[in-house]
Design a protein around this ligand. Structure first.
Ligand SMILES: *[C@@H]1O[C@H](CO)[C@@H](O)[C@H](O)[C@H]1NC(C)=O
Ligand SMILES: *[C@@H]1O[C@H](CO)[C@@H](O)[C@H](O)[C@H]1NC(C)=O
Ligand SMILES: *[C@@H]1O[C@H](CO)[C@@H](O)[C@H](O)[C@H]1NC(C)=O
Ligand SMILES: *[C@@H]1O[C@H](CO)[C@@H](O)[C@H](O)[C@H]1NC(C)=O
Ligand SMILES: *[C@@H]1O[C@H](CO)[C@@H](O)[C@H](O)[C@H]1NC(C)=O
Ligand SMILES: *[C@@H]1O[C@H](CO)[C@@H](O)[C@H](O)[C@H]1NC(C)=O
Ligand SMILES: *[C@@H]1O[C@H](CO)[C@@H](O)[C@H](O)[C@H]1NC(C)=O
Ligand SMILES: *[C@@H]1O[C@H](CO)[C@@H](O)[C@H](O)[C@H]1NC(C)=O
Ligand SMILES: *[C@@H]1O[C@H](CO)[C@@H](O)[C@H](O)[C@H]1NC(C)=O
Ligand SMILES: *[C@@H]1O[C@H](CO)[C@@H](O)[C@H](O)[C@H]1NC(C)=O
Ligand SMILES: *[C@@H]1O[C@H](CO)[C@@H](O)[C@H](O)[C@H]1NC(C)=O
Ligand SMILES: *[C@@H]1O[C@H](CO)[C@@H](O)[C@H](O)[C@H]1NC(C)=O
Length: 471
């Protein structure tokens, strides 16, 4: 008995040769064919799969390495960048641009979106650079990966789409990797801006994302200003979005920057010019009872204002008047004139027979009895002795002398006049009587002589008393 001390490898070699003897040598194997294995036939070859090849040929069998031996594992995988769609091939095809393949591929794959392959036989696809994008598969080159359009950007590789510039940013070139912030005073109020705009006059922008209208009371004359400024004294901006301020209109004013709008002038004042920073007070003699007026009114007749800023004129007191318009002070009633009470009426002259001797009178005095007052401002004149002057006389009344004489306040017939009338009456009566008597006797003498007579009745009735003839 011999001891055998063999390694594992030695056992494998023994096993290999055992297999060769059992499988490669046909059953009718001779001792010679065991020593010299038969050449492989085509039917003994193993086909290379898809995605692999073998360009080593031996007689009758493309897969056998050396005569007599069949080695089924001699196919080579197609390397990356190539492919072989069919079995039993001796070579691989190269991937065309836009495609790539990994080792052992039976077909190429199109490059995914966001990448490209610009050469044949590509092992991998190249991601699109920053600033470019690819939104389709199978791209063959840089020129196919498009640059981001103006207004968009890409800040990463392998991009299938570019991102839009945000509000307040812009990009004016293509293939950008970032967007740029708008300058102060400019704005972009939408995405994908290719340029920022300047806010127009009357607008402002704080954050470059939008333009806002200037608020009431402010304005912005310069496009692109960051802020609207308040209107100066005398000027205002009534509506939103004003490029310029407008002056206060007449009757309004604005004194400083604190108020947004012009203020109406108050009663007692007026604004006669535009762009006013203050209102003017009404002068003495004038007034204004309404707001926002251009002018003050003159005080009408009967009313006065003795100070500035009158809202109303005052009526003159009793004994005083204001003639004409625009009076500052009341004037006193002249001598001979009067005004009873406060009010707008004028002083009135004392009526005939009345008088006063004082300025500022509220009444007149009646001319006393035995005096006459020839004018309203005159002193009462004593009545001439023969004249009559009842109370309230404007002139003395002279009785017609000598027939009439003054007695108390009347003219009465004088005694002389009465005596004269009586004497005259007596003479006339006597004359009548005498006439009648002579006539009677003359008739009687004619009757005796046969001369017919007229009426024998007396012509005049006689009376004992005097006859007063009427006045
Ligand atoms: C095997 O091939 C060789 C060379 O082609 C040849 O000499 C030999 O005779 C062949 N053996 C058999 C058994 O056919
Ligand atoms: C077989 O292919 C390999 C690798 O592809 C190559 O190196 C070799 O030259 C080829 N042989 C023949 C005979 O074409
Ligand atoms: C390779 O790319 C081209 C063009 O993109 C395509 O038409 C073709 O089918 C692709 N080939 C394979 C094997 O995928
Ligand atoms: C292919 O793309 C690579 C990477 O972008 C570049 O370096 C190379 O020049 C390109 N080749 C051709 C032929 O375009
Ligand atoms: C790819 O991008 C181009 C250019 O931006 C566009 O016209 C096209 O519609 C896009 N295609 C797809 C599938 O998104
Ligand atoms: C790309 O842009 C996005 C959006 O602006 C931002 O959040 C991100 O940090 C950027 N990445 C790089 C690498 O700049
Ligand atoms: C590119 O994007 C695709 C899908 O969006 C992804 O499958 C791939 O791994 C990416 N490649 C790289 C290099 O980032
Ligand atoms: C952007 O601003 C313009 C001009 O001021 C305006 O006409 C437009 O309506 C604004 N768009 C938006 C979305 O605010
Ligand atoms: C008032 O406004 C005017 C004009 O806008 C400006 O010049 C002035 O400085 C302002 N004054 C104050 C106190 O704000
Ligand atoms: C008011 O201001 C405007 C604008 O500045 C000017 O044109 C006008 O002459 C001014 N008017 C007066 C009365 O000052
Ligand atoms: C002004 O007029 C008022 C009322 O009419 C009066 O009370 C006041 O004394 C007057 N003042 C002067 C200085 O005349
Ligand atoms: C009005 O009266 C005041 C005080 O009595 C006086 O000082 C002023 O001069 C007068 N004005 C006029 C216009 O008469």
């Amino acid at each position: 008995m011999w001891r055998v001390n063999l390694s594992v490898n030695s056992w494998l070699v023994i096993y290999f040769w055992f297999c060769v003897l059992v499988f490669c040598i046909p059953s009718d194997v001779s001792s010679e064919s065991l020593l010299f294995p038969k050449n492989c036939s085509l039917s003994d070859c193993v086909e290379c799969n898809k995605g692999s090849f073998s360009n080593i040929s031996s007689e009758g069998c493309s897969c056998c390495d050396s005569p007599g031996f069949c080695l089924p594992t001699f196919c080579t995988s197609c390397p990356a960048g190539t492919f072989q769609p069919a079995a039993r091939q001796t070579r691989c095809e190269t991937c065309s641009p836009g495609n790539f393949s990994v080792e052992g591929s039976s077909e190429c794959e199109r490059c995914p979106m966001g990448s490209f392959a610009n050469a044949t036989g590509s092992l991998t696809c190249t991601p699109c650079e920053e600033g470019t994008f690819c939104n389709k598969t199978g791209s063959t080159g840089c020129n196919v990966c498009k640059k981001c359009h103006p207004g968009t950007y890409s800040n990463s590789t392998n991009t299938t789409n570019c991102a839009s510039c945000e509000l307040g940013t812009y990009q004016n070139t293509s293939g950008a990797t970032e967007c740029l912030a708008c300058n102060a005073g400019e704005y972009c109020n939408k995405t994908m801006c290719t340029e920022c705009s300047t806010c127009p006059a009357g607008y402002y922008t704080e954050n470059t994302k939008s333009c806002k209208m200037c608020s009431a009371g402010t304005h912005n004359p310069i496009p692109g200003n960051k802020k609207c400024s308040t209107c100066g004294p005398g000027f205002e901006a009534r509506t939103l979005g004003q490029a310029s301020c407008t002056g206060c209109s007449e009757g309004y004013y604005k004194g400083d920057n604190t108020t947004a709008l012009c203020t109406p002038c108050q009663p007692g004042s007026h604004g006669s010019v535009k762009n006013s920073t203050n209102c003017e007070s009404c002068r003495p003699g004038s007034y204004q009872d309404k707001t926002s007026q251009k002018e003050c009114q003159l005080c009408p007749q009967g009313l006065t204002c003795n100070m500035t800023s009158c809202k109303q004129c005052s009526p003159c007191p009793a004994g005083e008047q204001a003639k004409g318009t625009g009076n500052v002070n009341c004037t006193v009633c002249a001598i001979g004139y009067f005004k009873e009470s406060i009010g707008t009426e004028l002083c009135k002259v004392c009526r005939s027979g009345w008088y006063n001797k004082q300025y500022k009178s509220t009444s007149c005095k009646e001319c006393p009895r035995r005096y006459f007052c020839p004018c309203p401002q005159c002193d009462p004149q004593p009545c001439p002795p023969r004249d009559i002057c009842p109370a309230g006389s404007s002139r003395a009344k002279t009785c017609d002398a000598p027939w009439y004489i003054a007695q108390r306040d009347d003219c009465v017939m004088s005694e002389e006049f009465i005596a004269l009338i009586a004497g005259c009456s007596a003479v006339v009566i006597i004359a009548l009587i005498a006439g009648s008597v002579s006539l009677y006797y003359s008739r009687r003498s004619r009757q005796y002589q046969g001369i017919p007579t007229e009426d024998s009745a007396p012509l005049v009735r006689t009376r004992s008393g005097p006859i007063y003839s009427g006045l």
